[in-house]
Structures are given as C-alpha cells and as structure tokens.
Design a protein around this ligand. Structure first.
Ligand SMILES: [Zn+2]
Length: 79
C-alpha cells in the first residue's frame, strides 16, 4: 500500500477499497455501505452512514446487526 502515497487522495482511496467495495461504487454513488446497526430504543435498523436517525443514536443505545428489525425508511431512500 506504500505506493498509494504517489496517487491523489481520491484515487488512493478508490484503489485501496476497490476489491471489497466494487459493487457499492457501481451503484453510481460513493456512499459506503456499512454493516447494519440499530438502536435498542428504535424499531428499525440502519445500514446507511448518511442516515440522520442512524447517526444520532447514542453510543449506549447502539447495537450491531439488524436486531431482527426492518430497515429504516430513511436508509431505504438513501440506498
Ligand atoms: Zn436509517
């Protein structure tokens, strides 16, 4: 990965993340898909880092995974 030093930052990121994130980039957006998370206080789970509701979950209420809950409508619109 040391050769990335010579590349512009955007390109270096693309090169570094290309193999695992190929499908995400093919969707025409650079939004990174994240593993789902949810709040123990909400009845939905989130999977989009752009989601305000998902981002506003307090750390103590945040859990990894879907929790068996449906996807948040805001995340559904963003993805
Ligand atoms: Zn959400």
């Amino acid at each position: 990965m040391f050769y990335n030093r010579r590349l512009p930052i955007g390109e270096a990121v693309a090169v570094t993340t290309a193999p695992p994130f190929t499908s995400a980039y093919h969707n025409g957006a650079t939004i990174m898909k994240k593993s789902p998370w949810h709040s123990i206080k909400q009845d939905v789970h989130h999977n989009n880092t752009e989601c305000n509701t998902g981002n506003n979950i307090e750390t103590e209420n945040k859990r990894e995974g879907t929790g068996g809950k449906p996807l948040c409508s805001e995340c559904a619109k963003l993805s």
